[in-house]
Write a protein that binds this ligand. Structure first.
Ligand code: PHE
Length: 336
């Protein structure tokens, strides 16, 4: 029996108690009612009285040290997940949620603009960010060498001085998707073109070398300027979720005629109110319809384009576009 006690003692001392699982395995092996230890205790009774004391003492010590090892390891590991419930545990409390990401303000704004256009029956058209001269400029009625090409400082990927039609560039607006979309199908066309655009501009609080645009294109028989104006006002009121005070100024884009820019009256806390430009628009130029294979004598259309970052800045009162690209979590987590 003494050798049984010694064997059990070595087993108790060799057991690893480094994890909650090992702690629990140890408890089930050595500290429950039916264990090798209690079995040895039950055998005590059948021993002659004089031997009983001599064996009982080391057996008691083993029981105490087995319990002490358990208590010490448990104190170190804490009352882990497998630990018994305490009277103070409140199971009705909501669980601690893991930290979730949030949607970016540009994504939130773009989603809202898309939803507005979906309600008006527009669908989404997509195109490449690496464009050629034809789709980004020529088909949009930018004549070669025309200064209008300088309105958009372009990142060229391939520049061919002898043959500009071979130029490859990062698209400077999403208007080339209008061309691709019109070449692809017949009117009536009602589509929006959301996406990234690139311009070689110095970075400051209001400009960045990449940003997002949404353009909308509507081509059908008898599309009128009045419809364009009505759409613009409805769009502005839905994006800003209020009645807006607006003005439309004559403007110039090679691909629309007439063209306009729309401003809304904007007041932010602590600043005097001012006019803020929110978009450009116009009636699709006949040359553009023609370049895209649509007969301008039969069809007319309007197009509009806006910067998503600018809309997000106005909606959320963000005063520096760079915040939208620094990915500082303290900034981003405010948008849920
Ligand atoms: N593509 C123009 C720009 O980037 C915006 C625009 C789109 C203007 C459609 C009018 C019509 O400046």
């Amino acid at each position: 029996m003494r050798s049984d006690i010694e064997a059990l003692r070595s087993e108790v001392e060799a057991a690893s108690l480094a994890t909650p699982a090992e702690l629990e395995a140890y408890r089930l092996r050595f500290l429950v009612k039916k264990s090798p230890l209690t079995e040895l205790f039950s055998r005590l009774g059948s021993l002659p009285a004089d031997e009983r004391a001599a064996v009982g003492k080391p057996l008691n010590e083993l029981r105490q040290s087995a319990q002490a090892r358990y208590d010490a390891a448990k104190a170190v590991l804490g009352n882990g997940p497998a630990g018994p419930a305490k009277a103070t545990d409140d199971w009705s409390l909501p669980p601690a949620m893991p930290a979730l990401g949030s949607l970016h303000p540009v994504t939130l704004t773009l989603e809202e603009i898309k939803q507005i256009f979906f309600r008006l029956g527009f669908s989404v058209a997509d195109g490449p960010e690496l464009e050629d001269d034809f789709h980004n400029f020529t088909a949009l009625n930018f004549p070669p060498e025309h200064p209008a090409r300088d309105m958009q400082d372009t990142f060229f990927i391939r520049k061919d001085a002898s043959d500009p039609t071979r130029d490859l560039l990062l698209r400077t607006h999403t208007s080339p998707v209008q061309i691709r979309h019109m070449l692809d199908r017949k009117p009536p066309i009602r589509a929006i073109m959301p996406g990234r655009v690139y311009r070689n501009e110095a970075v400051n609080y209001k400009s960045y070398f990449l940003f997002h645009q949404v353009e909308a294109l509507y081509v059908d028989k008898h599309v009128t300027f009045a419809e364009l104006k009505e759409t613009l006002v409805m769009l502005a009121e839905m994006v800003f979720n209020r009645k807006v005070e607006y003005r439309m100024r004559p403007s110039f884009f090679p691909f629309t005629e007439p063209s306009l820019e729309m401003d809304i009256w904007y007041e932010s806390p602590g600043q005097p109110g001012r006019w803020m430009e929110i978009l450009g628009a116009g009636m699709v130029h006949p040359n553009v319809l023609q370049a895209a294979g649509i007969d301008p004598d039969e069809y007319s259309g309007f197009a509009l384009g806006m910067g998503v970052e600018r809309m997000a800045k106005l909606r959320y009162g963000i005063d520096d576009i760079r915040l939208l690209y620094e990915n500082d979590v303290r900034f981003l987590e405010q948008f849920r």
